[in-house]
Design a protein around this ligand. Structure first.
Ligand code: SF4
Length: 468
């Protein structure tokens, strides 16, 4: 895997050049944000729910080993096999071994960001296992060989025409179909036989309940239920942070999740998995993959409260106008920008800068993660760890010096004002001035505030000013 920093700005620029996709993406996500607001206004206790959700998550994370052990004990009593994976490689090996032990050659799976994190699909495919995504958006992304661009709606950046083109190639359907229902039906027809004959099924897990040793999967397509129940073998891959202590805690999250994600009161399917079906086997693979280390990061541990609703992405002006793929990572948008650097600080060093720090992400987050503050904190860490591009670092260094010396600063302002009024356009708008790429420089003012102040200053102010 390349360690080169992701060039988010360049990828975003490419996304911006494509007007139809840009407009659709922006409007679609803003629509979800507005629907979320409508749902929020219907619940007078919304802020109390957020506070409670945050409290439960912080409490659980503070006692994570205890609750994980409680889950394991209860899950085993329910007949569930529990496995522990330190990282992606270990996860993939465990899943591969379970499949091999059952001589399983085909796996159907519902959406799971953790398996994307572990890069599981190529690992299994290299070992002769056919992996088929059953979530519509995820399947579209699989056929197009792309990562999901959103954690809830993986193909949200695609137009109907894009999907028709992809299905025409793989399912031999009419490339001119523009009716989303027909496209969904094409996927249904293609997926059903695969599901019916699969050797094993895989799901993620939205919430894991320690006191009962059970877990819950929320979907809108019912594909997780098919993946888990049609084959006899069910494997669930779950991040270790997904725990809640009691069944009674679940209601808080179920009320927040779909309202925050899509602006709907609840997901179409909220399934409790309590144990293997008759004659079947159920395995839960808990994945750490850097989560324990993140739990020890004083400024960033609360990112583990995330319930993957995507609300922070829908509201973010940078995400809406740059698309999820521009982040070059499994997780995109504001949540991606604060957790991706915990996976690889150098590679994702540019992502915390993909934000205006407007705080909207923090305001919509159902579990009250201080996302914009963490973005700011990451910038400080990255500078301390020398993960800032050379040119940017030097410019900041020079700006710091300039602003620390009032006389020099005023001289520079005056020279800039003159330059803006006299220099030819090509001297002002070139690669040295990224600001000018999409914006016009401001018109030079006739009088700066400082000059005005000097001209109108009081005697007292004058003395203070003259003494500097
Ligand atoms: S950080 Fe908050 S808003 Fe963003 S996906 Fe996670 S829970 Fe949702």
């Amino acid at each position: 895997m390349s360690n080169r920093p992701v060039n988010h700005a360049r990828a975003a620029e490419k996304f911006l050049e494509d007007a139809p996709h840009l407009q659709f993406h922006d409007e679609r996500l803003w629509d979800m944000r507005q629907k979320r607001d409508d749902q929020m206004h219907m619940l007078p206790e919304w802020q109390e729910l957020r506070t409670e959700a945050s409290r439960i998550k912080e409490h659980t994370l503070a006692r994570l080993p205890e609750y994980l052990e409680q889950f394991e004990e209860n899950a085993k009593k329910n007949g569930i096999h529990v496995h522990w994976a330190r990282d992606g490689a270990e996860h993939n090996r465990i899943v591969g071994e379970i499949l091999q032990a059952h001589n399983a050659r085909s796996l159907i799976k519902s959406k799971s960001m953790v398996t994307e994190e572990c890069d599981m699909r190529p690992y299994l495919e290299k070992r002769g296992v056919t992996v088929t995504e059953t979530d519509l958006g995820e399947r579209i992304q699989q056929l197009d060989d792309q990562l999901p661009s959103h954690i809830v709606v993986p193909a949200v950046h695609k137009l109907t025409s894009d999907v028709a083109r992809i299905f025409a190639k793989d399912y031999k359907t009419d490339p001119d179909i523009r009716d989303p229902h027909l496209l969904a039906e094409a996927q249904r027809q293609a997926a059903r036989p695969v599901i019916l004959h699969a050797d094993a099924g895989m799901t993620g897990g939205n919430f894991v309940v320690a006191e009962t040793g059970t877990f819950v999967v929320c979907t809108n397509e019912g594909n997780a239920d098919l993946s888990a129940t049609v084959p006899n073998l069910h494997i669930a891959t779950i991040g270790i942070e997904r725990l809640v202590p009691r069944m009674a805690d679940l209601g808080v999250f179920i009320r927040l999740l779909s309202r925050s994600a899509l602006g709907s009161p609840i997901t179409q399917y909220t399934t409790h998995f309590r144990g293997p079906q008759k004659g079947g086997e159920m395995h839960v693979v808990f994945v750490d993959n850097g989560r324990s280390a993140r739990l020890g990061m004083e400024d960033f541990w609360t990112s583990l409260k995330c319930i993957r609703c995507g609300a922070c992405m829908n509201t973010c002006p940078v995400y809406r106008r740059s698309g999820g793929l521009s982040y070059g990572a499994v997780y995109s948008g504001p949540i991606g920008a604060i957790i991706d650097p915990t996976f690889n600080e150098r590679k994702y060093s540019t992502l915390p800068y993909a934000s205006t720090l407007n705080g909207s992400c923090t305001n919509v987050c159902p579990v009250k993660i201080n996302i914009h503050e963490q973005l700011y904190k990451w910038r400080r860490v990255l500078v301390q760890h020398h993960e800032m591009p050379f040119v940017k670092r030097e410019i900041m260094h020079m700006a710091g010096k300039l602003m620390g010396q009032p006389k020099l600063y005023r001289a520079a302002i005056s020279a800039t004002e003159t330059a803006l009024g006299t220099l030819p356009r090509f001297a002002l708008y070139n690669w040295l001035n990224p600001w000018g790429k999409h914006r016009e420089n401001p018109h030079p003012v006739k009088q700066t505030f400082h000059a005005w102040y000097k001209a109108n200053r009081t005697d007292k102010a004058s003395k203070t000013e003259d003494s500097r």
